[in-house]
Design a binder for this molecule. Sequence first.
Ligand code: BES
Ligand code: MN
Ligand code: ZN
Length: 467
Amino acid sequence: MKISFDALPAKPGEIAIRFVTSDRRGEIVPAVPEQEFSGQPNSILFFREQETLYIGLGSREKVTASTLRSAAGTAAMFLKKIGRKQLAVHLEEWPQFTGAVVEGLILADYRFEQFSSRKTSAIDTLRVLVLAGDIKAARRDGPRGAIIAGAANLSREIGNQPGNLLYPETLAARAVKMAKENGLAITVLNEARLRAGKFGGLLAVGAGSVRPPRLIVIHHRKGPKNQAPIALVGKAITFDTGGISIKPAADMENMIFDKCGGMAVLGAMAGIAKLGLKRNVVGIIASAENMPGAGAYRPGDIVTAYDGKYIEIINTDAEGRVVLADAIAYARKTCNAAAIVDLATLTGACCVALGEHAAGLWSSDETLGKRVLSASEKSGERLWPMPLYPEYDEQIRSNVALIKNSAGRLGGACTAAAFLKTFAEKTPWAHLDIACTAHRDNDRPDMARGATGFGVRTLIELVESWQ
Ligand code: BES
Ligand code: MN
Ligand code: ZN
């Protein structure tokens, strides 16, 4: 997609996109009945004769960056469907949302079709139209939006890959490619190095698969030499069968998306590098395939995590926290992180609590929690604060080890978070459970089905706004 910014009106061949708040609906000429165009968010009116697409924004007082991001996405999806690929977006009235609009268009332009025979065509050209005095700001905000959405789409493209093709080794190779393209330093710990480093959690979860696990460590070093890095940690189970505590067959195919926490980290690192953010950031991706093989770990096992803590395995399907135990301990002990933010498709319980409409947020540190929340308000990726009551710690206490990996159904998302907190110790830590926001089963008006890239935009925003 070629993007430009100017003040010239729509040219022949282009479709003009105009955003309309509901109070201004009546100004459309010729007038249309309300049933045909309500002006509500994401409502559509296409005037073929005028080569103009109107998109509703709802009431003016409620318009935010998210409204525009979604409206722009709705426009792009609609125009792609009817095969129009040259867009001129009128933002004379909304120049402050240039970044969000560019994001929305690029997110909507993406669809996973590497293996499908029916390919949709991408948007060719996009012109963002603002008043002459706003062009300079648009030329700054628009390209930033394009980088951020591109990072999310990279995360989605890898997230959508099937488990037979994308497994820890091939994921690591893909991460190496990303790092090279973006000038990032990367280290991949293979099975031998994981053994030498005593990554007992990651090795245990990976043991049931013929495809050995990997720990992928990506460094962005653009801050002062001795500045402690922000650590972004992701769960990347390339397929989660549940292991010996095997899952029921229904919907198990969706467990290809159990790598999406790691993919959020991978996408964010690409975006952070492309934006050249002046901070030290380390991305840590813990990748394994959770299979019920002959070598698989079993309920009752006692596993030693990277930091020496003993974990009693109750349920091999609670594998995410076991690989993250190692990755979080590694961030704290070896990377000496100033703060740790982890993302994981961790619990079905989080889906029950919040549905697909928000991810859960837990934090051991008030300042960090606030930072993450305000980043999410800007990105439009909804997070909802969840508790870390000491009673959850009691629930996961083990009789034979320090901690057990499952405490049953009650408060399942919170006991999982309490488990992770143990491995962060005193380092400020935040956890995002993205179990039901990481992928979608169906197309939405502003985004195609499959991996959503959830978290990428919030992480970039978080690092960018870190003081
Ligand atoms: N990857 C799953 C969580 C999940 C479930 C994500 C559904 C998306 C949709 C995770 O590894 C898991 O299996 N968690 C268990 C934990 C339980 C055994 C304590 C769960 O949620 O049932
Ligand atoms: Mn599982
Ligand atoms: Zn899982």
